[in-house]
Design a protein around this ligand. Structure first.
Ligand SMILES: [Cu+2]
Length: 313
């Protein structure tokens, strides 16, 4: 479906105001023909961002990793032209032109260089902000990590060192949404985007029914005595409760900002788009099964569960 049919989108590909030479840059394109095979054998359509001009349909999209203080360019090319997208670096605070929120600036119909500064070390993510409810659901997101200025293995300057790192982006799919066109609902038609009924529960692109128990995109392997940093991203729409399988962690940061004091926890609740940085120091070898429970918005009832493991050798 061409862009002429969409409503409430603002095509544009302006020059970046005040552009300077960046410290680091990323290239991102778009794919809209990906698929993820679930544990029951069903292939679900996903969309996302590609790395530069490369082909591929990585889900979640390729991570961006920078250091605090750097000026960053995200060179985005919307190679399709039959659809519109943006890149919103969630939790970063750039100028309006560089915020990637289509409604307040423009939806990219050619190429745009997002210029932004990595001001605070921590865990973030980036996602498309065109027809957001659908495009984020379709998988158009990836991790965005800001390391401390010295590049040390810490969540932020002054945070404890880690040996092992895990990024858990926990998401849910309503498979009935995954056949919609990119502009579905933008002209006011009711296409059901107000009524999510998730039927798949995912950790970092892997089905949490069973695959995420062993797939190394989610499952962690470490030695007793090592320090683990889990970068937990609620990449879905439902509230979540993550249970650490009998381990106690220290929650040290929230949404890219250090907490004044670490909060010990054996489970943690989050809402959509929140990020938490959690340290673990397991001393006893074992297999610790982590469960992510996806909660009904109103009743709090568990509507789905995803599982992965921390394997301590
Ligand atoms: Cu999009």
């Amino acid at each position: 479906m061409g862009m002429g049919t969409a409503c409430y989108v603002y095509p544009g590909a302006p020059a970046t105001p005040g552009i300077v030479t960046p410290d680091i840059s990323f290239d991102r394109g778009v794919y809209m023909n990906g698929s993820v095979t679930m544990d029951d054998g069903r292939a679900i359509e996903v969309w996302g961002f590609t790395q530069g001009g490369m082909m591929g349909n990585q889900f979640p999209s390729p991570p961006m990793r920078v250091r605090e203080g750097q000026i960053v360019h995200t060179n985005f090319t919307n190679n399709g032209m039959m659809w519109l997208h943006t890149i919103h670096h969630h939790g970063i605070e750039p100028s309006t032109e560089n915020d990637g929120v289509g409604h307040t600036s423009f939806d990219v119909d050619g190429s745009y260089t997002y210029q932004w500064k990595a001001s605070n070390a921590g865990t973030y993510f980036y996602h498309c902000h065109t027809n957001t409810v659908l495009h984020a659901e379709m998988g158009m997101y990836g991790a965005l990590i800001i390391d401390p200025p010295d590049g040390s293995k810490r969540a932020f300057t002054g945070a404890p060192l880690y040996d092992v790192e895990a990024i858990w982006a926990c998401d849910e799919f309503d498979s009935s949404w995954h056949t919609l066109n990119w502009d579905a609902g933008t002209c006011g038609a009711d296409v059901g985007l107000n009524d999510m009924r998730p039927d798949y529960f995912i950790i970092s692109g892997v089905d949490g029914a069973s695959s995420a128990l062993t797939d190394t995109r989610a499952a962690v392997s470490m030695n007793a005595g090592q320090a683990l940093l889990v970068r937990y991203i609620n990449a879905g729409y439902t509230p979540q409760r993550i249970n650490f399988g009998g381990l106690s962690g220290d929650v040290i940061a929230s949404d890219g900002r250090p907490l004044p004091n670490a909060v010990p926890a054996t489970s943690w609740k989050s809402t959509a788009a929140e990020r938490y940085d959690i340290m673990f120091y397991p001393t006893t070898p074992g297999i610790y099964e982590v469960t992510v429970e996806y909660l009904h918005w109103v009743t709090g009832a568990v509507i789905g569960t995803a599982r992965t493991r921390i394997n301590v050798n």
